[in-house]
Design a protein around this ligand. Structure first.
Ligand SMILES: NC(=O)c1ccc[n+]([C@@H]2O[C@H](COP(=O)([O-])OP(=O)(O)OC[C@H]3O[C@@H](n4cnc5c(N)ncnc54)[C@H](OP(=O)(O)O)[C@@H]3O)[C@@H](O)[C@H]2O)c1
Length: 387
């Protein structure tokens, strides 16, 4: 039977891997969206012929419609069209839009009770309580596409919950794994964007360089798996072959291994609960050679400490951490602040938000806290430039 798939973020890194998995079948792309890369999106639509193609940016709608007119394909534009696409009748909705921008479309799929293959992590960091509570209430299922969480999902035995002592996320360590703080102080966007193992979008690549990505993933794991923050560990594994592990009280440690390709976790979520083939090379452990593991260094990578502190503080702090990080990463990529200013901006924002009376118990609260944290982060990043 063909599985009908909606793909949000089709022109990006995860989106491209998802299209590879979909093309290998037995899947049908029924809906597809991107932000404003009309040329790439139209080429995808012409290849897969979905029922609906959407650009999130309303100003790009006219050009998309004009490009698709000769092929008779339907299109639409804007936030409402994106939400409608996320909720359309489908067996899987892949959410591969980066950042907080994915929250509303992800919630539209949740409210429609869909099976969501969630690559985006920021919406769980910013609003995990709201997203997961709504998913439970609406009968939606959230399947983790993020490779570490997908790995843990594959070796997590829900019935053995009490016997799970720890879940462990692996981290490549990014391009600055062995760099000194002095070297990182001078790091340019070009250097930070050179990830050793993964080819990904700019935001997540910078997050990997600061190790904020792993911190965001700790918060993501906290929402996806029934384990407290103290039972979520991080291990640096530069080869990116082991993606996640679950440690059981009998001494067993179940680990998931694969080549570092997002096609594997995406295909797993598309086929789940069955297993099916994916267009990836089989893992050759002899060719991999040594697999090594080391403890993360929270002195050189303070983002890890900040995320743990935010998780202990609660959902307002994790929301603010995400917002501040998005602002700081954009400022770094625009060369307005230095690499180490990213974590400094996040820390200043968390300090500033701590004294305010904010909540994240509803979508309105979540969006108001996000706006306030972004405002404070803009001030903090501007202060980083002047000091
Ligand atoms: N890349 C990875 O290997 C990887 C692994 C695990 C998790 N993730 C997570 O997956 C998400 C996507 O990452 P990525 O690396 O694939 O990002 P990316 O390469 O930057 O691609 C982003 C995609 O989302 C679209 N988009 C951006 N803003 C949008 C908006 N406001 N509305 C609708 N569409 C929008 C872009 O469209 P345009 O092209 O038109 O701008 C593009 O299709 C992130 O949350 C990331 O943390 C990524």
């Amino acid at each position: 039977m063909t599985t009908r798939v909606v793909l949000l973020g089709a022109t990006g890194s995860v989106g491209t891997s998802a299209l590879e998995a979909i093309a290998a079948g037995p899947f049908e792309l029924v809906g597809v969206a991107a932000n404003r890369d009309v040329a790439a999106l139209a080429a995808i639509a012409e290849r897969f012929r979905p029922q609906m193609t959407v650009v999130s940016d309303p100003s790009a709608g006219g050009e998309l419609a004009a490009r698709l007119k000769p092929s008779g394909l339907a299109s639409d534009a804007g936030a409402d069209a994106l939400a409608a696409l996320a909720a359309m009748d489908a067996d899987r909705v892949i959410v591969a839009i980066p950042g907080f921008a994915a929250l509303r479309p992800a919630l539209a799929a949740v409210d429609a009770g869909r099976i969501i293959c969630l690559a985006n992590k920021e919406c769980l960091v910013a609003a995990g309580d709201v997203v997961m509570a709504r998913a439970r209430a609406r009968g939606a299922t959230v399947l983790p596409v993020d490779s570490e969480h997908n790995a843990i999902f594959q070796v997590f035995e829900p019935a053995a919950d009490a016997a799970i002592t720890k879940i462990v996320l692996t981290a490549s360590g990014g391009p600055f794994r062995t760099a000194t703080r002095e070297a990182m102080e001078r790091a340019t966007p070009k250097e930070a964007l050179k990830h050793p193992n993964w080819s990904m979008g700019a935001k997540i690549t910078i997050d990997s360089a600061t190790m904020m990505n792993k911190g965001l993933e700790v918060i993501e794991a906290h929402h996806l798996f029934p384990v407290g923050p103290e039972r979520i560990g991080v291990v640096v594994h530069p080869q990116s072959i082991v993606h996640g592990m679950v440690v059981y009280s009998d001494g067993s440690c179940l680990a998931h291994m694969s080549n570092p390709s997002m096609v594997t976790p995406i295909a797993h979520c598309l086929h789940y609960p069955a297993r099916g083939p994916a267009p990836v090379a089989p893992l050759d452990l002899v060719a991999c050679g040594s697999l090594t593991f080391e403890a993360p260094d929270e002195e050189r990578f303070p983002a890890l400490r900040l995320t743990r502190e935010a998780l202990r503080s609660g959902n307002v702090a994790t929301n603010a951490l995400n917002a501040a990080n998005e602002v700081a990463v954009a400022a770094f990529l625009a060369e307005r602040i230095g690499f180490l200013d990213i974590a400094r901006t996040v820390e200043s924002t968390l300090d500033a938000i701590a004294g305010l009376s904010l909540s994240c118990d509803s979508l309105d609260d979540v969006e108001a806290t996000d706006r306030e944290a972004r405002r404070l982060a803009q001030l903090a990043s501007a202060a980083a430039v002047t000091t």
